[in-house]
Design a binder for this molecule. Structure first.
Ligand SMILES: Nc1nc2c(ncn2[C@@H]2O[C@H](COP(=O)(O)OP(=O)(O)OP(=O)(O)O)[C@@H](O)[C@H]2O)c(=O)[nH]1
Ligand SMILES: [Mg+2]
Length: 686
């Protein structure tokens, strides 16, 4: 990422491993795709707003000669025409008044002056305000510096007020007026009109972050997958082995594929560019050629016959330490052109929303990482922004959430706050999930408990949050924990305040877990395995599943005889739950490659059926699909014999229609009905 942002090759060896996620920004010129640094607090929203107001002022002069009647039609069109797309705005301010754009919009036919109706509507709608704004503007211009200072002090006041709700209306009003006024200055260069704003998010590669990355992945992005090799290891690890670069690349393709959509041209979005680094390690051209060939072969194998390969747009072989900027310029251009080719590029957005978003960005830039929703509702209603309905403010916040500007959920326990700085949230996550902790915490019992069992104590949370004391996470602990619960990064045990972090729990093999419950001497009835076999299982999906079971059932307890202590039967890929209070009947929930599998253990040998468990699982997967916008997740129902390995050996209903079948895993005959009966699927075999 740093080379894309013009850092010199000499700086590469000094780069530190990404801890969590790093966020940078730049500008992209929408005409030629060229990138430019974005060091000022300026951004495209600000520019757009300035342009709008500039146009508004020009029109004030024109309107002075028009009659009010002439403008009425625009007023009546208000609702459907209040949206302004970035492109339209940019175009409409082009000196040459692009007629094509105007004509694309049927509403513009009534527009005699040849400008887009959208802009006019905005003007007539705000007629009461804009004269006052103009006056203020004139006053402001000579003394820019003073204004900026005043404006920051207003925001600081807001910060104080916001910390100690109830919010002071007068301060909010004053602050919002001041921020809005500051955008009425239009001393920017013309070429700025052609710039679009671009965020760059650098995701850490370590596994620890896979549970938190989901919060920030989105379909509105171009992805670069950077690796220095693409090799398959022979080690058969359960789950994803992040040391295996082929599995690692496959993992990220899957994670991104969760957000797929098809473009008009029939391609799969979001686009992925694979970048293979360390070309300098191969000195001879023939070596390089060999390496590149092997890399491409392996990539083909990783993506072999899978839908997800449709995301791949290009592969680059580069050296971060030796290549000149020309190589990176090429990648920058490709990113620009892929972005501009995406469906949402230049999508319409109501102008009021842009204004409101500008205040949100300004607050963030002034170190207000989180705000009460109440305060933001007041800002939105300010006359210069004028979003009068609470519902519309919420929609606007939802829009800002979707494009990654804020983190906001209109849901119970979450709706009262809006996180204005996603980076702040990442830092809070990082405090909890990163292994980079000081030695004292590392040797503490609380940390050991977290690593062994996933149990997160309240005192450990406070200690971990204090790693970044200046970010004041402790003050917003309640909301932060609610956000983490929303993503099942942490989860409450049933009927308990104890918090668990499924992503931090250690792994344990299935046979080891089973041994804890059955020593082979007692009768022990096991059902067959009931499996949901996914085309691809999103990385954090099992976390959600296990979190759901944790909330529904009591987690079974294991006695560790060696250390004479109890622990909950929760591991990274396995959870064991008590189905009743006797503890004799247990539900085992497991994750395998692209599979979620259930088995019931019953010490009473009661031979019951468990249809209810399957129905609940189906319903929950459906809920997850909707809740996390993973609409493309699909699965088939399969079965595995009771002592079989569901990771390698599964049967569909269609494969079980014969009365019995040969099980290749056990080299013996199994009765088909034994696989389906415990789950009440016998009818389906007939
Ligand atoms: N020789 C050589 N070294 C490189 C190249 N790219 C990166 N490095 C070095 O490899 C190491 C890792 O680079 P990073 O940029 O931190 O890699 P990363 O993938 O971002 O790693 P995480 O942030 O830990 O996920 C650093 O010491 C870099 O200096 C390259 O093209 N050639
Ligand atoms: Mg990095």
């Amino acid at each position: 990422m740093r080379r894309l942002l013009w850092h010199e090759k000499e700086e590469v060896p000094l780069i530190q491993s990404t801890d969590g996620i790093e966020v940078e920004k730049c500008n992209i010129n929408i005409v030629d795709g060229k990138w430019s640094p974005c060091n000022k607090t300026d951004d495209d929203v600000r520019r757009l707003i300035r342009q709008v107001f500039k146009k508004k002022m020009l029109n004030v002069e024109c309107e002075a000669t028009e009659t009010v009647d002439d403008q009425e039609p625009f007023r009546s069109n208000e609702d459907e025409s209040r949206s302004v797309s970035d492109k339209e705005l940019l175009k409409s301010f082009d000196e040459s008044d692009d007629i094509d754009i105007v004509n694309e919009d049927p509403k513009s036919e009534s527009n005699e002056s040849g400008d887009t109706v959208d802009i006019h509507t905005f003007i007539s709608d705000n007629r009461d305000n804009h004269v006052a704004v103009e006056t203020d503007l004139n006053q402001m211009q000579p003394d820019n510096f003073k204004l900026e200072n005043m404006h920051d002090s207003k925001i600081n006041n807001f910060t104080k007020e916001n910390e100690s709700d109830p919010v002071n209306d007068e301060n909010i009003n004053e602050m919002t007026s001041t921020i809005m006024k500051s955008y009425l200055q239009f001393r920017e260069k013309e070429e700025d009109d052609m710039l679009a704003f671009c965020w760059l998010w650098d995701f850490a590669g370590q596994r620890d972050f896979y549970a938190t990355h989901q919060v920030f992945l989105s379909k509105h992005a171009v992805f670069l997958l950077v690796t220095d090799s693409l090799e398959f290891t022979t080690a058969e690890n359960q789950g994803i082995d992040f040391e295996d670069s082929a599995q690692y690349v496959s993992f990220w393709f899957d994670a991104i594929h969760c957000y797929w959509s098809t473009t008009k041209k029939g391609r799969l979005d979001p686009p992925i560019i694979v970048v293979c680094t360390n070309e300098d390690q191969f000195k001879e051209p023939s070596e390089r050629e060999k390496r590149q060939k092997k890399f491409k072969e392996n990539l083909r194998e990783v993506l072999n016959k899978q839908e997800k390969k449709g995301h791949l747009r290009n592969i680059y072989f580069i050296s971060n330490t030796e290549d000149s900027d020309i190589v990176f310029e090429e990648i920058r251009k490709e990113i620009s052109s892929l972005a501009m080719d995406m469906e949402d590029w230049g999508k319409d957005c109501p102008l009021k929303w842009l204004l409101f978003q500008q205040v949100l960005l300004k607050l963030k830039d002034n170190n207000v990482p989180i705000s009460s929703t109440k305060a933001l509702l007041k800002i939105a209603k300010h006359k210069d922004i004028n979003i009068s309905e609470d519902n519309e403010v919420k929609q606007c916040l939802q829009y800002c959430h979707d494009i990654g500007t804020v983190v906001y959920f209109d849901e119970e326990n979450l709706a009262d706050h809006v996180i204005l700085d996603p980076k702040w949230l990442i830092n809070a996550f990082r405090c909890l999930v990163s292994d980079k902790i000081d030695n004292v915490i590392e040797v503490s019992d609380d940390w050991q408990t977290l690593k062994d069992t996933g149990l997160l104590t309240d005192s450990l949370i406070s200690r971990l949050f204090r790693k970044e004391s200046e970010l004041k996470f402790d003050e917003h602990k309640t909301h932060l924990l609610e956000v983490m619960k929303r993503f099942d990064i942490i989860v409450n045990l049933k009927n308990s305040n104890a918090l668990y972090m499924p992503c931090m729990i250690k792994s344990c093999s299935f046979s080891e877990v089973q041994k804890q419950f059955c020593d082979g001497n007692q009768p022990f009835y096991k059902t067959s395995w009931f499996c949901l076999e996914f085309k691809f299982l999103p990385p954090a999906f099992f976390n959600h599943i296990i979190a759901w079971y944790i909330k529904q059932y009591f987690v079974s307890v294991i006695i560790d005889r060696d250390i004479r202590s109890k622990r909950n039967a929760l591991y990274r890929h396995i959870g064991v739950f008590d189905l009743d209070s006797s503890g004799c009947e247990k539900l085992v929930v497991c994750e395998g490659p692209n599979t979620i599998a259930l088995q019931v253990w019953d010490l009473r040998m009661s031979n019951k059926t468990y249809e209810g468990l399957t129905v609940h699982l189906f319903q929950f997967v459906e809920t997850l699909r909707n809740r996390y916008s993973l609409h493309h997740i699909s699965y088939t129902t399969t079965f595995t014999c009771k002592d079989g390995d569901f990771a390698i050996n599964r049967k569909t209903i269609e494969e079980l229609i014969t009365k019995d079948y040969m099980c290749y895993e056990h080299n013996t005959i199994h009765v088909s009905d034994d696989l389906v009966k415990p789950w009440n699927y016998s009818e389906k075999l007939k």
